[in-house]
Design a protein. Structure first.
Length: 161
C-alpha cells in the first residue's frame, strides 16, 4: 500500500472530485449510446426477419461480427445497468436483447430487477403491464396475453417512454 508521504501529488481534492464527476458523466453518455445501438441492432434484426431470413441465418451474421454468437456482452447482466432508468426505457432494452424479440410481463420484471431497477408499489407486475400498455414503444403480441414486443425503437440517444 502506498502511503501519502510516498506520493507528492500536486492535485487538490477538488480537482480529483471534478475528474471523478467527468468520468461518471462519460460513463452515463456511453451507456446511453450503447442502449441506442442495441435498439438499432434490434430494429435491423427485425427487418431481416421481415425480409425472410431465419433466426439461424441472423445468428450467423451476429457470429461473424461478434465472434460470440450474440449481441450481448457481460454488461447486459450487470446488476446496475437499469438503475436510474425509467421502466419503459429499461423494458425496451431488455426486450430488444431478447432472442425472440418479445417478453412476457413477468420476464420483463425479472430482467429489470436483475439490472438493478426496483419496481415500486404493491403490485410490480401490474405496474409493468400498465407502463408497457401506455408506452408508444410497445405492442402486445397477439394471442399471447401480457407478452410484449417493440413497435419501434427510439432514435439513438433519445429514448423516451
Amino acid at each position: 500500500m502506498i502511503r501519502d508521504t510516498e506520493l507528492d501529488l500536486k492535485v487538490t481534492p477538488d480537482e480529483i472530485k471534478r475528474a471523478l464527476r467527468a468520468c461518471i458523466e462519460r460513463i452515463g453518455e456511453l451507456d446511453g449510446e450503447r442502449e441506442g445501438l442495441l435498439l438499432r441492432a434490434h430494429t435491423y434484426n427485425q427487418m431481416l426477419r421481415i425480409k425472410g431470413l431465419t433466426p439461424d441465418e441472423i445468428e450467423q451474421i451476429t457470429l461473424s461480427v461478434t465472434g460470440a454468437g450474440s449481441m450481448r456482452t457481460s454488461s447486459t447482466e450487470s446488476p446496475r445497468r437499469f438503475r436510474g432508468k425509467k421502466i419503459a426505457v429499461a423494458a425496451a432494452i431488455a426486450i430488444s436483447e431478447s432472442p425472440s424479440g418479445k417478453m412476457h410481463g413477468h420476464q420483463v420484471l425479472e430482467a429489470l430487477e436483475r439490472g438493478g431497477l426496483k419496481v415500486k408499489g404493491k403490485a410490480p407486475k401490474a405496474t409493468i403491464f400498465s407502463t408497457l400498455k401506455r408506452s408508444k414503444l410497445f405492442a402486445p403480441v397477439e394471442g399471447e396475453p401480457n407478452t410484449w414486443r417493440l413497435i419501434r425503437p427510439a432514435p439513438v440517444g433519445r429514448i423516451s417512454a
